[in-house]
Write a new protein. Structure first.
Length: 266
């Protein structure tokens, strides 16, 4: 029988027969973009169509409700990421075609990493197909203008899984490096101080008039966006549906658009 030899980076050799390969369980991990069908890829839509079971965080599933009416749906609350992955793994191993839904892009503060980690830890034989999506940073940038035309960094202000000291260090470094900075998870009902501390750090390196874009529910029905400055942006609605983009020292606002020059002479 024909055998496929796969040499892993560790030097380990995985030998799979064609039959084993065909019988392999599969999980699609699907990035559904910022929140409407038009911003989902064809590939994401096809994978959902092919799946019997859809698993995800309820907020993201609500955004794609119309696409999953005839599926078995398992919806769970925030912070149940591990349980969602385990459920996807168990059902895939039983032969079900499973899609795990992740808002935006699954590889950016999403579900791709934890799923791969769990599969590796338990040595499951499951094929994972990761389908990328438009991340909040892309959506927000498009709403605001062209703020990401030069080097930028994304920082999540959520300290649930990351030490706050490390997050602060990264804000210092990014500001010192004059990067455009996109802040994910800026503020929740329980976490309200991080964004204030972040602003204070940024003001040490960046001018208080530095342009800032605030995008809430970007590319969803309730979208709101604001162009403001580093000293004023806390006056705008900032919550867990908001992404904030802070300009670099060349970023400016013109005709209601936030623009970071790439360097062309115009
Ligand atoms: N994987 C997602 C990010 C998950 S972290 C992605 O790639 O977009 C969740 C954070 O993303 C939110 O707290 C918010 O900061 C941001 N976010 C997600 N969707 C958003 C949207 N439509 N508009 C603004 N911010 C959004």
């Amino acid at each position: 029988m024909k055998k496929n030899k796969i040499v892993l980076k560790t030097g380990e050799i995985l030998v799979q027969t064609e039959r084993q390969k065909k019988a392999m369980s599969k999980i699609y991990i699907i990035g559904t973009g910022p929140g409407n069908r038009q911003h989902m890829t064809e590939k994401a839509l096809t994978a959902i169509e092919k799946s019997e079971v859809i698993i995800g965080y309820e907020t993201y599933l609500n955004l794609i409700a119309e696409l999953i009416t005839n599926k078995t749906v398992f919806s769970s609350k925030m912070r149940k990421e591990k349980e969602r992955c385990q459920q996807a793994i168990d059902l895939a191993l039983k032969g079900k075609a499973v899609s795990l839904i992740s808002g935006g892009d699954p590889g950016i503060y999403g579900m791709a990493g934890i799923l791969l980690e769990l599969i590796k830890k338990e040595q499951y034989t499951i094929d994972v197909e990761i389908i990328p999506g438009i991340s909040a940073v892309n959506a927000a940038a498009a709403v605001l203008g062209a703020p990401l035309m030069h080097d930028f960094v994304c920082i999540s202000l959520s300290d649930l899984l990351t030490d706050w000291q490390l997050i602060k260090k990264r804000i210092h470094c990014a500001a010192q490096g004059d990067f455009v900075i996109a802040l994910y998870n800026p503020c929740s009902r329980k976490r309200i101080n991080q964004i204030k501390e972040a602003q204070q750090i940024l003001l040490k390196y960046k001018d208080k008039s530095t342009p800032v874009g605030v995008v809430k529910n970007g590319m969803r029905d309730q979208e709101e966006s604001f162009l403001t400055s580093l000293d004023m942006f806390l006056d705008y609605p900032i919550d867990m549906s908001t992404l904030i983009i802070i300009g670099n020292s060349h970023t400016y606002i013109a005709d209601n658009k936030m623009i970071t020059p790439r360097g062309y002479s115009i």
